[in-house]
Design a protein around this ligand. Structure first.
Ligand code: IPM
Ligand code: MG
Length: 357
């Protein structure tokens, strides 16, 4: 029997609470394979105790695992972004996880804040470039705190980096078209009118696009896209965009799904060790209360199984969650559901047990 070695970084705040439920679901759904969980302590809380961030040798160790699962990182008592950059960006850059795949999918009409939109209308995938743009940490502050201080932050775009993201997005658009039996459609989102160097995205998209004549190709500026994804989400199928725009648009997109409590992501280097996480943060305001919705972590675990090639188990997670939402047994994706974190994990695990042949 195949055993997957999976690194677990439960992290801070609600991270450990939602991770426990994701692991519970993984244990129940695993059939024909096993998971061996290898726990790592890195978090803001760990940093406060030990002053330790992620060492280089740990990044090398992660590369030897089958996957890494991350709960959430961020602690109010630690310098802003320090541990996030070490753990989350450490993984993305250290493992060269150049794709951040973020599905925006509505599972039940009553969850959507838009009037009259149904699950048929909200089902698109955002491919966020994950190793360039504004996130490279190129820049800094000179004469900090003085009246003369200067801050710079460089946005970096490479042809190789754009091409691999765009190609992945075209392949995904093609796969979604064949799975959903509808025409393929890929939209490039950028701000190349105001930020002229982003015109490299326009050219690379057009060049790679020539290899995909079966895929409808179009473009939206990010400001207009923020409006259009609310106005006519049904128009979109696959979207490719820069690192920062993808970060922002997918938090907005999660509200179309009913809330950030279900929004999951896959940080991928196709063919290599990849990382899976809910897109929400550590939510210190509700940590320790047992009320965080674990569905985003559970769906991220599903994306991990899909990536590992365990599609049957991945599908069982998704369909169990979908039916609990559609039936109203889980009525919402935040504390207003009246259900606790463990309770929701148990409900998903129970539904999976029932669906197991
Ligand atoms: C995300 C988060 C991260 C990001 C932060 C925590 C560095 O917002 O995964 O969306 O900006 O990418
Ligand atoms: Mg974000």
């Amino acid at each position: 029997m195949k055993t997957y070695n999976i690194g677990i970084i439960a992290g801070d705040g609600i991270g450990p609470e939602v991770t426990n439920e994701a692991l519970k679901v993984l244990r129940v759904v695993a059939s024909g394979f096993d998971c061996n969980f290898v726990e790592y302590p890195y978090s803001g809380a760990h940093y406060l105790k030990t002053k330790e961030l992620v060492p280089d040798k740990t990044i090398d160790e992660w590369k030897t695992l089958d996957a890494v699962f991350l709960g959430a990182i961020g602690h109010p008592a630690v310098e802003v972004g320090l541990v996030e950059r070490s753990v989350i960006l450490g993984l993305r850059f250290g493992l060269d996880l150049y794709i951040n795949l973020r599905p925006i999918k509505l599972y039940a009409e009553h969850l959507c804040p838009l009037k009259g939109k149904t699950p048929a209308d909200i089902d698109f995938a955002v491919v966020r470039e994950n190793t360039e743009g504004e996130y490279t940490q190129i820049g800094g502050i000179l004469k900090k705190g003085s009246p003369d201080e200067v801050a710079t932050s460089t946005s970096l775009y490479t042809r190789v980096g754009i091409e691999r993201a765009v190609r992945y997005a075209f392949e995904l658009a093609r796969a979604r078209a064949s799975a959903n039996k509808k025409p393929g459609h890929l939209t490039l989102v950028d701000k190349a009118n105001a930020i002229r160097p982003q015109e490299i995205w326009t050219r690379v998209f057009a060049e790679v696009g020539k290899e995909y004549p079966d895929i409808k190709q179009d473009h939206a500026y990010v400001d207009a896209f923020a409006m259009l994804m609310i106005q006519k989400p049904e128009y979109y199928d696959t979207v490719v965009t820069t690192n920062l725009y993808g970060d922002i648009l997918t938090d907005l997109g999660s509200t179309l799904q009913g809330g950030i409590g279900i929004a999951a992501s896959a940080n991928l280097h196709p063919g290599k060790t990849s990382m899976f996480e809910p897109i929400h943060g550590s939510a210190p305001d509700i940590a320790g209360k047992g009320i965080a919705c674990p569905l985003a972590a559970i769906m991220a675990a599903g994306m991990m199984l899909e990536y590992l090639g365990e599609s049957d188990s991945a599908n069982r997670i998704e369909s169990s969650v979908a039916s609990l939402l559609a039936s109203g047994q889980i009525p919402s994706l935040d504390a207003s559901s009246g259900l606790g974190t463990i309770q929701i994990g148990d409900m998903v695990a129970g539904a999976i047990r029932k669906s197991t042949p």
